[in-house]
Design a protein around this ligand. Structure first.
Ligand code: HEM
Length: 504
């Protein structure tokens, strides 16, 4: 017995050395900041706040001018540099999301953001139709209703400087929950809404955990207060999600029964038929190889939409409003276009014909790159950018770095929406401007996010002049790391004198 144990242990040690040896060999050929024996660059990374870590990443990119490495103890992180390497990494089907992303599974189970292989492929194929433009366009009215509620809330602030991210978070959470699940959450009306609070808390704690290598170990994490807090919040989220999904399954069953039992002209049946189709309805009626998605699959995917969609779209809208305040001339140009194109009620067609607004939002997403980095993990030997990588290496794709590379963008640190005028942007090589990532994992909700952003921006501009509390206020680089970092930046909403005529 003891002999078997010794043999097993020796094999394990040999295997470990073999795997790490390959990783060490790859790392030793790539430039990077000086690494200490055993700990590598971990000491430096742990000392940094998430926001200054982001700044260091930008500085290293400038310093090394090509892909570089960081060591986290025995873990090797490579930051890819060029659009070609980015394209190859994003399209390499042998890569998965980094191991740290698995920590999200407590909230989103095996949803799109972390699933891979066959499961990801079949679910992505099944979910794509839920984000078809025809379905999204049918949300215009609901989004506009929530936008209108936001405008009323802003009007009630009576030109005082306010912290905008709380308002936007609640408005976008309400919008995404209603369009994806058909549930009215009303968190903008009720600042003490339990689900909104717990969702916010969970996202914050998950982010804290993912950026702290020590908390990555379950053994340590489960002994912290953070774990207890997160478990309590998760219980509230999962309970709400399950009850909404169950209620919708029941409603769909009743709908089917009524359609069979009652003549089609019956008012009740007609009423139900006319009910808006939510993303959840698409999931409930979707079949994969003749099988329906399970209740748990559906809950995972809807939680994924909320998790992946709310913070990102809220952060993007914070940057939109900040940019309106910072660049009054841009605000003026947008207003002129809105006055020309939008008359009376906001329609999908009008929203889609606002070309300057489209360029402005593209520039906001470039300039502030809401998701500055995304990662991939090698699972087997693969070649990217002519370099051979073994399994077990984390590759970071620097969306922010690419969007600010002066080889592709003139004066990248200038805010210039016109750079996205058709002829100019056509000259951009692929995989340079990828605020929603690229390849098969490109953001499934990108058109949905843009629709929400366009509608809310138009509604705000029709009613208010947006001003920074202090025109010298600077939204520093670090704001891109976490939504929380946006807090403390204040805007003032001055009513437009002609607001009533425009809204008529
Ligand atoms: C401005 C807002 C948004 C930004 C900047 C954004 C950005 C991104 C990025 C960069 C990725 C790819 C990550 C990777 O390649 O590893 C992604 C993936 C994803 N996003 Fe978004 N997103 C936004 C809004 C939304 C919305 C509104 C939803 C859903 C309602 C959504 C759902 C998802 C999902 C499910 C994925 C995973 C896709 C897959 O792996 O197949 N996102 N997003």
């Amino acid at each position: 017995m003891s002999l078997v144990l010794i043999v097993l242990l020796t094999c394990l040690i040999c295997y470990f050395i073999h795997v790490k040896w390959n990783i060490f060999a790859v790392g030793s050929r790539i430039p990077g900041p000086v690494a200490l024996p055993l700990v590598g660059n971990v000491q430096m990374i742990c000392k940094l706040k998430p926001e200054s870590l982001f700044k260091s990443i930008a500085d290293y990119r400038a310093q090394f001018g090509k892909s570089y490495r960081l060591w986290l103890g025995p873990e090797l992180w490579i930051f890819l540099h060029s659009p070609e390497e980015t394209r190859e990494a994003l399209n390499d089907s042998t890569l998965t999301r980094p191991a740290a992303f698995q920590q999200l599974s407590v909230l989103i189970g095996n949803g799109l953001l972390i699933s891979y292989g066959k499961q990801w492929e079949t679910h992505r194929r099944a979910l794509n139709p839920a984000f078809h433009m025809n379905i999204l366009n049918s949300f215009t009215h609901v989004i506009a209703q929530h936008g209108e509620e936001l405008v009323e809330k802003l009007a009630a602030t009576e030109c005082k400087a306010i912290e905008i991210s709380d308002y936007l978070f609640a408005c976008i959470l309400d919008t995404i929950i209603e369009t994806s699940m058909g549930k009215e959450l009303n968190s903008l009306r009720d600042p003490n809404n339990r689900y909104a609070h717990d969702f916010h808390k969970t996202s914050e704690l998950l982010f804290k955990r993912m950026t702290n290598p020590l908390l990555g170990w379950d053994f340590i994490f489960k002994r912290t207060n953070m774990y207890r807090e997160m478990s309590a919040s998760l219980a509230v989220i999962h309970q709400l999600m399950t009850s909404v999904v169950d209620a919708r399954i029941e409603a769909l069953k009743q709908q089917q029964a009524l359609q069979i039992e009652l003549p089609s002209s019956d008012a009740l049946v007609e009423g139900i038929r006319k009910q808006r189709r939510t993303l959840l309805d698409t999931l409930l009626t979707t079949q994969i190889d003749g099988e329906q998605l399970t209740r748990s699959d559906i809950c995972d995917e809807v939680n994924t939409f909320v998790f992946a969609g709310v913070d990102t779209t809220t952060a993007a809208m914070c940057f939109v409003l900040y940019s309106l305040g910072k660049y009054p001339l841009e605000q003026q140009k947008l207003l002129v276009e809105i006055r020309e194109v939008v008359h009376g009620e906001l329609t999908t067609e009008a929203v889609n014909s606002l070309t300057y607004l489209d360029m402005f939002l593209k520039e906001v997403l470039r300039f502030y790159t809401v998701v500055p980095l995304t990662g991939r993990q090698t699972t087997e030997e693969t070649v990217i950018g002519g370099r051979r990588y073994c399994a077990g290496i984390t590759l970071w794709i620097n969306l922010y770095g690419l969007a600010h590379d002066e080889r592709y963008f003139d004066e990248p640190h200038e805010f210039r929406p016109l750079r996205f005028a058709q002829t100019q942007s056509e000259r951009l090589p692929p995989y340079v401007y990828i605020p929603f990532s690229g390849g098969p994992h490109i953001c499934i909700g990108r058109k949905y996010a843009l629709l929400i952003m366009k509608i809310i921006t138009v509604q705000i501009l029709r009613k208010f002049e947006v001003k920074l509390r202090d025109p010298a206020e600077k939204l520093v680089l670090q704001a891109q790391m976490v939504l929380k970092a946006l807090q403390g930046f204040n805007l003032i909403f001055l009513p437009r004198l002609e607001a009533d005529t425009m809204a008529a």
